[in-house]
Design a protein around this ligand. Structure first.
Ligand code: NAD
Length: 319
């Protein structure tokens, strides 16, 4: 693929890494976000070369008017996080469903062929699903407004591929981590507590297991999905898990982080798992491996080391 590409949510954790990878391939990249690196207070500038930034809210039709033509859209912009969604269902549905509808309509308005649509979904759509490991064909059982918003968006995208000549791929990410990650995510919170000598709050860490995935594996999966999508027929829709395939208990991550950082938690507070959080995520990668050739290659130890080196470095430089 060589044409121009639009990344929504480009100023976020995954968006920045994706833009960096696309720019390294020589692609022309437009980055659409509410926030603009280097301009929005508190958001570090993007190192050169950088995307062509477009500031706007994906929920507003005006944001999508007069955009330059693009070959692919990676739609990442969203309200994120399971727990905050529990008391903010209307806002999550507006951004994560209505925002997707605006993006889809903008794609169909493009003069030439509709762009390839690559959507960032989440393992949270599986929720209380009983499958182990979780396959794309398992019945979703979302446990939070965030998960519902992602599943509803997936369904909306699928309906557009039935109505129009649109090629779409849905990627269900399993807990992504790495340099630049969101401060609200568990790993960042653990690292912060270790660094500051504060107590770690852990929710049933022995029995809570997460398939956590290093950022570069996710980016490779996204690029493979784009290439695969371009080879499909006029209208197509496919869902893929992107994970590590190796769930680990939260206790295991904390132990490894303590070993890598050389710091010991001063205290650990154990609490019941909050509403909306599931006990385990575990990605079945058979489908992504056979169709996309997706093979995550970063071990937890090396991923955590890179994460810690970034986290503990003064000034935390973002990509
Ligand atoms: P992030 O919060 O770092 O990035 C999201 C970006 O979207 C932000 O820069 C934000 O400003 C932008 N945004 C939010 N609302 C917007 C709006 N109305 N208009 C324009 N921009 C808006 O999140 P992330 O971790 O990089 O996640 C990226 C995508 O991947 C999201 O769709 C998320 O749901 C999905 N995902 C992430 C993970 C993970 O572990 N990080 C796991 C599963 C799925």
């Amino acid at each position: 693929m060589s044409g121009p590409v639009l990344v929504t949510g480009a100023a976020g954790f995954i968006g920045r890494h994706l833009c960096r990878a696309l720019l390294a391939q020589g692609r022309q990249v437009y980055g659409l976000d509410l926030r603009i690196p280097g301009k929005t207070p508190g958001l570090q500038a993007f190192a050169s070369p950088e995307p062509i930034w477009i500031q706007g809210d994906i929920c507003f039709a005006e944001t999508w008017q007069d955009l330059p033509a693009f070959e692919t859209i990676f739609h990442l912009a969203a309200l994120t996080g399971v727990r905050p969604s529990i008391h903010a269902a209307p806002a999550y549905l507006r951004c994560n469903l209505e925002g997707v509808a605006q993006a889809l309509d903008a794609c169909l308005r493009q003069k030439k062929q509709a762009p390839h649509f690559i959507f960032a979904s989440s393992s949270s759509v599986y929720g209380g699903s009983q499958g182990r490991p979780l396959k794309e064909s398992d019945l979703p059982a979302p446990c939070s407004p965030y998960a519902v918003s992602k599943l509803a968006a997936e369904t909306l995208i699928q309906s557009y591929t039935r109505l129009y000549p649109l090629k779409a791929v849905v990627l269900r990410f399993f807990t992504v981590y790495g340099p630049g990650q969101r401060p609200d995510m568990a790993l960042y919170q653990f690292a912060q507590a270790l660094e500051q000598g504060l107590a770690l709050t852990l929710f049933e860490p022995e029995t809570t297991r997460r398939d956590i995935t290093y950022i570069s594996d996710i980016i490779n999966g996204m690029l493979k999905a784009e290439s695969w999508n371009s080879l499909q027929s006029a209208s197509s829709f496919e869902v893929f898990n992107l994970g590590s395939g190796h769930p680990l208990s939260v206790s295991d991550w904390v132990n490894q982080l303590e070993a890598i950082s050389g710091l010991k938690a001063v205290e650990k507070c154990f609490l019941a798992r909050p509403a909306g959080d599931v006990s385990e995520t575990w990605a079945d990668l058979t489908h992504a491996a056979s169709l996309l050739g997706y093979t995550p290659s970063t071990s937890l130890n090396s991923g955590l080391e890179t994460f810690w080196n970034w986290f503990s470095c003064k000034g935390k430089v973002y990509v």
